[in-house]
Structures are given as C-alpha cells and as structure tokens.
Design a binder for this molecule. Sequence first.
Ligand code: HEC
Ligand code: HEC
Length: 372
Amino acid sequence: MKKVFAVLVTGLFFFTPLIVQAADDIGPLPALSEKDAPNPKQVEMGKRLFFDRRLSGDAGVSCADCHNPKEGFTTRKPLSDAYPGSKHWRNAPTLLNITYKKGGFGWDGRLMDLDDMLRDMITDSMNMNMDMQIMQERMKQDPVYVQHGKDAYGDKNMGTSQKGEVTHYVVRNALIQFLKTLTPKSPFDKGNLSAKAKEGMELFKGKAGCIQCHSGTYFSDGKPHNTGVPENPEVFKDPMRHFTYTAYMMFMGVDNRMNWRRDIGYYTISKDRNDIGKFITPTLRELKHTAPYMHNGTLATLDDVIEFYNMGGGKDRPGFKDASVKPLGLTAGEKEALKEFLLSLSGDPVMIEAPKIDMDYKPIPDWKTAKN
Ligand code: HEC
Ligand code: HEC
C-alpha cells in the first residue's frame, strides 16, 4: 500500500509540468470577443494619436517613430531610437498582436498592464518625456480631438465628470483600441502550412523544444528566461546609451548600478540574483517584418537565431542560463524546416497611412538627427 502511494505521488510530480504544457499548445489567434472588439470611432482617434508627435514633451516624437508601421512596428535597428538627450539600450519590440499579450510588458516584464505600459511610454524620459496632464491639455486644444472625444467617448466620463472630455485616460484608451486592429492573419492561422513548415512545426514542438517557452496562441509563456543572448557592446561603449541605462536602473532602485556591464533584465524587477539576464519570452509572430532580434538586436537574421539555439544558446555564468536551452543537433534540412515554420507565423505587412495632422506650431524638424 505504501509503495503504491509513493508511486502515485512521484507520478503526480513527474507529470504535472507535461499537463501544463499541453494546456498551452500553440494555435491560431482567437477572434476578439464582442465585448473586446474595438469601436471604429475610438480606433480612428487612436490612430491619429499614434502618429501625433505632440504626445511627446518636445512635440518631436510619436509612437510611430519607434514603432513604425512601415518597419513591422519597430525601428528595424538593433537598438531603438530615443528621446533627444538619451539613447536607448534596448530593441523596440513590435506592436503587432500586442492586444493578445497577457502581461510582462517590456523586455524585462516590468508592467502587467497595457494601459500602464502606455503611460510609461508617454512619460519616460527616454521615450516621450511628457507629463500626462500637459499632454491632456495639449490634446484638448486641438478641435479635431475635441470632436473625436465627443464622437468616440460621448457616452463615457473617463477621469472627469464631463462625458467625452479628452482626458489622458481617453488618450490611452483610444491608443489601446487602435492597437487591437494590428492583428494580421498568418498562413499558420489560416491552416495553410507547406509540408516543410509542418515538419518545422513538429521540430518546434519536439526535437528543438521551442514550445517549452514559446507556447500558446501568442507563442510566449509570458515568463522570464535566460537564454544567454550576448551583450550588445554599443550599450557600454556609447556613454549616452550607458547613461540612459544607468538612469533607468536608478529609477528602478537597482543596487551597484554603475558597475553592471550587462543588461540585467528581470533582476531589475525582482531584485533576485537568480533572475540576472532573464528576459520575457517574446512572441514569434510577424518575425518576417521585425529583424533584428532579441532584447538588444544582436541576432540579425532568423538563420542566426536558429544557429544560436542549435549551439545551445549563448554563454552565461554556471546556473544562470535556463537548463532547457541546450545543443539541439539539428541537421541543415531541419534548420530550414524550422525557419519555414517560423516564417509561416507572419502575415502580410500591416500598412497604415499616417493621417495628416495640422499643427499650429512647428515641431523640431528631425529629432533623430538633431544634435544632443
Ligand atoms: C523613443 C522610442 C519609443 C517611443 C516614442 C515609443 N516607444 Fe514603445 N517601446 C520602445 C522600446 C525601446 C520598448 C522596449 C522597452 C523595454 O523593454 O524596456 C517599447 C515597448 C513598448 C511596449 C511593450 C511591448 C511588449 O511587447 O512588451 C508597448 C505596448 C509600447 N512600447 C507601445 C508604445 C506606444 C503606444 C507608444 C506611443 C504612446 C510608444 N510605445 C512610444 C520605444 C518607444
Ligand atoms: C528557455 C525558454 C526558451 C526556449 C526553449 C526558446 N526560446 Fe526563443 N526566446 C526566449 C527568450 C527569453 C527570448 C528573448 C531573449 C532575449 O532577448 O534576451 C527569446 C527570443 C527568441 C527570438 C527573438 C524574437 C524577437 O522578436 O526578437 C526568436 C526568433 C526565438 N526566440 C525563437 C526560438 C526558437 C526557434 C526556439 C527553439 C529552437 C526557441 N526560441 C526556444 C525563450 C526561449
């Protein structure tokens, strides 16, 4: 009897992780529920806001400058552009399908809510360096937004007692509604996989083990892992990038911040030394349009990424790298098949024309090349 019990208990421990994984299998993205479906008027307002540089402190930077629709909603540079006077130390992630992300926003997963992430994007000094109240007052001076507010939020009061007023809650909500429309359908979603891509999918779930972290319909477990991605030396060679990074660490209350010569990732949030170098698993959707890859853009192509995993990931101090990242022994044909599967997760580019925005004052002409 005792023996049977012991076997049962061991069996439970052994099988639990397998059961969890099966529940989170990959699959096509579900349609948004009626409750979540975006309201077209709110989307229209959000689209204009997305391209509007007046959301930033100097009226020179818009969301679209770093999440450019023509570039897969990123910058396509290893390290993102940043607000004048700072330089970014991370890659700008795509916003395609962001509405399906369940939390862990930012490469280090510092926020669990999209609305909070947008607040940070607007107020952080390295992104848009804007004050929420000033932004709100600025938007209210534009008759187009006043009309948008009435049309799209006329039956709601968000942050004030006056229905339809353009508050900063309304601005962020409209942006969130716009982001809901960035959901291209891939061949994978349409059940349209070539024989080679199907072979790649089997490798993804089996021999290559990618599904251990890139799971669910968004192809992410939403958790932090250390895969040993090499540092981008630019971050430490360029004093302004390094300064922007240390300023961020100071803001986040990280110890010993002047001495780090690596991106510490999730440690910034948890302050647990086991989390050094962990980053939130990103989605694998739309990779065709978003190279270069990883939190610091150090892997230029999908071939580089596959080679990286085939070699067992990068290097880190013993015990730091995730145990599930180990040499895979994929043949040349298997690597091709895996790549074919990854490419089948990308749809056609989402083309969104920038709306014409009249401003009664001139923004800084070209913030990207402006001398700091
Ligand atoms: C100056 C460049 C810049 C601007 C402007 C900018 N972003 Fe970002 N955005 C980034 C970078 C870089 C990150 C990654 C930050 C990190 O991991 O620390 C990011 C992250 C995000 C994320 C989290 C993505 C994820 O997968 O977790 C969202 C959502 C987002 N931005 C939306 C916006 C919106 C909406 C705007 C406009 C209100 C905006 N961003 C403006 C550079 C920018
Ligand atoms: C242990 C969890 C884990 C496993 C297993 C894993 N990944 Fe990842 N993957 C991650 C994390 C975490 C990142 C982000 C790492 C970083 O930026 O430092 C990532 C990043 C990527 C990226 C870059 C995406 C982007 O937008 O920059 C690609 C592509 C990718 N993985 C593909 C794969 C493939 C293919 C496999 C299987 C061979 C795989 N991954 C296995 C966790 C994992």
